[in-house]
Design a protein around this ligand. Structure first.
Ligand code: ADP
Ligand code: MG
Length: 686
């Protein structure tokens, strides 16, 4: 999926030649279009009244015609041309500078030709003026752009709201040495924060203790993790690697947090869909065709002996009617509506191309802990395996786990708190990702690890009690004190109630559902059996999770991976569609293409449904927008003239707008698909 992270330049459908993805100045651009539109409309009224043709039509000649009225008309039209037409003229310059003539060039050329010719007629050339056609054309174009920008803007607002829903808390270290959860916005200078493995550094700070490697790729572009220790600066937004560190904050939380939100939204919007690129290329070609057929129209009509003004009017009509406006909007409008819908359904799309691939999904690999299960472990049994008390086993283990982000760790720590145990300070904490964690606690080497790790180290543990717990499908971890197993702790987690519906619905669609877990086989078998999964793989290490994804891919299947943990990140990247649980670790979220903000596995089905619906809408719109031109261009050129059918530029503009409106309405109909999804999963909108 990473290979598709190509950032494309804006191509022919770029509006106003300015940067559409620019975000914050979008609002002012919308206001600008709105102002230009209303001013132009206001001036259109006198232009219509003063136009000879309209006067003739309404029989108002005697009422409004006065000496020199044609010059007033010229003056008004000049103003509308310069003021209302300005965004298009500017857009043309931008497009030509990039050597990518597009819609802006077409519109600008059409209005310039109409204006210059009409002005020349007023100043003495023989022919007829096109003023009212010119101003109404500009009105319609301004309206179209204004509406389009508003819908795109609405979508980015929805995204923004969604990113804010992602959990954004930090662990503040209190004077007692304990940590408390505080919202990132309440952090201030001088606060000390604990950053656990796999978490995003919440805010810039100096490392007070511990060391780790940091992935700063999204900030600096450097893809190799950077090792940092005491006294060095951890940058807000970087992803912490395997170690735990404490940092001292130097700035206020609100500002940098906000900039991270903005960043995430910007990144989500910058990824382009493949269909979009296709539409852009088509629009570029259509521009050439429009210019070519416009010129041809002029030449042919002149050639067969029509007057210049007639030929010119046909040419302008061709250029106007073949503006690839509908084509230019066919995909962006669907994307805008789809973004809004996915946001309302709790989905944050970070990579559109991957989201589009979701419609072909054939297999889904689920992580177990935290994804299919709640990831809220309760300690059920503590079994000493040496001369050590039950509370001591918990005390050593829980001390270590204060530094870990893992759900098991949270279970151990809360059990220790419940029993009122005093915990030791921890140094040199390190994740043994997918297997456990280790650190130096009160001068002793402490590890809490999986059964697989214990076996790997060559220990034989023969305890009937532990075997019985294992058989019950409980998750068992071992405490190693100075390289010796001294205790076992059994924890129980519960399967999310939503997981059943998620698996059932995906299987109904013929999608294979499998589970990948770092946990022991007995636990995995229990969960897989409960949910009716097609297959499962237990005791899988992080690298092997990615390997498994590739293996399933090599069978020719399109694979989605869905996970929450540090150990899921490589598999999320390897898969065709990486999906992260919103409540999961930051590293999982950063590695994913889509984030389930509500942490509900049923939303995988929503992704699939919305992806399919979105794709269909794009296709329909593209077909419509292209087919329309095939009919409209010949008509505009005057092919049907001998049958008495002839289009004026304004009628051409109206047709073009109608075509755009149809594309827009069709895009809006996408929301029906979302209601369908909502009805089926029983979800409510945010
Ligand atoms: P899953 O793949 O199901 O999400 P993980 O890969 O996160 O599960 O964990 C796999 C196993 O590694 C756990 O079942 C546990 O035995 C061990 N483990 C990982 N991290 C920790 C930790 N911080 N404390 C104790 N055990 C851990
Ligand atoms: Mg997990």
């Amino acid at each position: 999926m990473m290979s598709e992270h190509v950032h494309h330049d804006h191509q022919s459908v770029d509006h106003g030649g300015s940067d559409h993805a620019g975000g914050h100045d979008h609002g002012t651009m919308i206001a600008d279009f709105r102002r230009r539109f209303w001013v132009s409309v206001a001036l259109t009224v006198p232009v219509l009244i003063l136009s000879p043709m309209i006067q003739g039509l309404l029989g108002l000649r005697e009422v409004f015609a006065f000496q020199g009225s044609i010059y007033v008309l010229l003056l008004l039209a000049t103003f509308v041309f310069l003021y209302g037409g300005w965004p298009f003229l500017k857009g043309m310059v931008g497009e030509l500078a990039k050597r990518q003539p597009g819609m802006m060039t077409l519109i600008a050329l059409a209005i310039t030709v109409a204006f210059v010719y009409s002005a020349a007629v007023v100043l003495g050339l023989s022919g007829k003026v096109f003023f009212w056609e010119l101003v109404t054309l500009i009105d319609i174009m301004l309206l179209g752009h204004w509406i389009e920008m508003r819908s795109v803007m609405g979508a980015s607002g929805a995204l923004d709201a969604l990113v804010r829903l992602l959990p954004a808390t930090a662990h503040r270290v209190m004077d007692s040495g304990d940590t408390e959860e505080v919202p990132v916005t309440q952090i201030g200078p001088g606060d000390e924060l604990l950053v656990r493995p796999g978490e995003k550094v919440p805010i810039d700070g100096i490392i007070l203790s511990g060391q780790s490697s940091f992935n700063e790729a999204m900030l600096t572009g450097e893809s190799r993790p950077v090792r940092k220790g005491e006294g060095q600066e951890a940058i807000g937004g970087a992803i912490n690697g395997e170690g735990a560190v404490v940092i001292e904050v130097r700035k206020t939380g609100d500002q940098t947090y906000l900039s991270q939100v903005i960043d995430m939204v910007r990144q989500a919007q910058e990824t382009r869909s493949r269909t979009q690129d296709l539409a852009n290329r088509a629009a570029l070609w259509l521009t050439y065709i429009a210019l070519g057929s416009g010129g041809l129209t002029l030449v042919v009509w002149l050639g067969i002996g029509q007057g210049f003004s007639f030929a010119l009017e046909r040419m302008v009509t061709v250029m106007v009617i073949s503006c690839p406006h509908a084509l230019g909007l066919a995909v962006p409008l669907v994307v805008a509506v789809s973004t809004q819908l996915t946001a309302q359904n709790g989905l944050l799309i970070r990579d559109r191309a991957a989201f589009e691939r979701a419609r072909n999904l054939q297999a889904v690999l689920f992580d177990k802990t935290g994804t299919l299960t709640e990831g809220r472990f309760g300690v059920s049994d503590v079994v000493p395996l040496a001369e050590i008390g039950v509370d001591d086993v918990l005390m050593w283990g829980a001390s270590l786990e204060t530094q870990s982000e893992h759900p098991i760790a949270r279970g151990l720590v809360s059990e220790a708190k419940k029993r009122g145990l005093n915990l030791f300070p921890v140094a040199e904490f390190r994740n043994l990702t997918g297997q456990g964690a280790e650190a130096s606690v009160d001068g002793r080497r402490v590890r809490v690890v999986s059964p697989g790790y214990v076996r790997q180290q060559g220990f034989e543990i023969a305890s009937e009690v532990v075997e019985a717990l294992d058989a019950q499908g409980k998750t068992v971890v071992y405490l190693l004190l100075d390289d010796r197993p001294v205790g076992a702790i059994a924890l129980a987690d519960i399967v999310r109630p939503e997981s059943f519906a998620a698996v059932e619905r995906l299987k109904q669609l013929g999608i294979r559902c499998m589970m990948l877990t770092g946990d022991a086989t007995a636990v995995a078998r229990t969960v897989a059996g409960e949910l009716g999964l097609d297959d499962f793989f237990a005791e899988v290490l992080p690298g092997d999770k990615a390997e498994k994804v590739r293996e399933v891919q090599s069978r020719g299947l399109t694979v989605a991976m869905i996970g929450d943990g540090v150990n899921d990140a490589p598999a999320l990247i390897a898969s065709d569609l990486g999906i992260a649980i919103g409540a999961g670790t930051d590293v999982a979220i950063e590695s994913a293409d889509v984030v389930l903000v509500r942490s509900d596995p049923r939303d995988v089905f929503a992704i699939l449904a919305l992806s399919r619906a979105t794709y269909n809408k794009m296709l329909q719109n593209l077909i419509w927008a292209t087919a329309y031109n095939a009919v409209a261009i010949p008509l505009a050129a005057g092919v049907a003239y001998s049958w008495g059918v002839i289009l004026t530029p304004a009628i051409g503009a109206a047709f073009m707008s109608l075509s755009t409106v149809i594309v827009a309405i069709n895009a809006k109909l996408l929301s029906r698909a979302s209601r369908l999804v909502g009805a089926q999963t029983g979800m409510s909108s945010i």
